[in-house]
Write a protein that binds this ligand. Structure first.
Ligand code: AP5
Ligand code: MG
Length: 233
């Protein structure tokens, strides 16, 4: 996406990154790019790469950085071909550690792309566990629901495409705990990395879904309109 500007969404597992990205990306002329979703699609294949990803994914561990970067860059190139009019990507789930943040800076630098903002979703841990335990996802299109907080119109069926809803294979108590610990140890420190560059916007993610969407839009719309932050506007 040469000359584009991108937004990064950072927040712990269950903070609503996927839920909010799907809602705000089209409103901001951004394309939702979720590395977790790319891996879930990849794991539907029956090959060695799919089996390698699953070994990390199901345990709630990070997939190795080099492989993740390769999957991300391939996908960004595809997005560029398929959405030439987009302002940039809304990155959900990347970067997750310092090495990934530095790799992203390198990749974006080579393309003269910019990071316009980093949205940080703030949600207490007890709420996260409640959300992840009740999450349902569409087996076909990846849309996200919750048995209580965001139920589908017809039980067990996706509103968008009608396919069956399932639990994610990493929404087990053990994998949830491991993912939250990894977030605290490796991903949360990235907030300082981006705060020093004046990019972080903190959003209270512990509100109803619509209220969080409004808060993100209110924070990002003015930022994306600034030519020095987002030359592709
Ligand atoms: P990924 O798919 O990114 O999962 P995650 O980081 O564990 O985050 P989640 O998707 O669990 O949470 P979310 O914030 O998107 O919450 P959601 O909107 O669904 O990654 C999965 C795995 O892939 C990783 O563990 C790793 O193995 C691999 N991977 C991915 N990226 C990688 C990378 N960069 N490097 C290496 N490995 C990588 O919401 C959760 C639930 O809450 C839903 O049920 C939703 O309906 C509900 N909800 C949302 N908002 C609200 C609200 N405001 N009020 C009430 N309920 C709400
Ligand atoms: Mg997600």
């Amino acid at each position: 996406m040469a000359g584009k500007c991108h937004v990064i969404l950072i927040g712990p597992q269950g903070s609503g990154k996927g839920t909010q990205a799907a809602r705000v990306a089209p409103r901001l002329r951004l394309v939702h790019v979720a590395t977790g979703e790319l891996f879930r699609q990849l794991m539907t294949r029956d090959d060695e790469l799919a089996r390698e990803v699953r070994r990390y994914y199901d345990r709630g561990e990070l997939v190795p950085d080099e492989l993740t970067l390769r999957v991300l860059v391939d996908h960004l190139e595809r997005v560029e071909r398929e959405h030439p009019g987009a302002r940039g990507a809304l990155l959900d789930g990347y970067p997750r550690n310092r090495a990934q943040a530095e790799a992203l800076d390198r990749v974006l630098g080579e393309r003269s792309d910019a990071i316009a903002a980093v949205v940080h979703l703030v949600v207490p841990r007890a709420v996260l566990i409640e959300r992840l335990s009740g999450r349902l996802v569409c087996s076909t299109c990846g849309a996200t629901y919750h048995v209580h907080f965001n139920p589908p119109l017809v039980e067990g069926r996706c509103d968008r495409c009608g396919a069956a809803l399932v639990q994610r294979s990493d929404d087990t108590p053990e994998a949830i705990a491991r993912r939250l610990d990894t977030y605290e140890q490796q991903t949360a420190p990235l907030l300082d990395y981006y705060r020093q560059r004046g990019l972080v916007v903190d959003i209270d993610g512990n509100q109803p879904i619509d209220a969080v969407t409004s808060a993100i839009l209110a924070a990002l719309e003015p930022v994306l309109a600034e030519p020095h932050r987002c030359p592709s506007s």
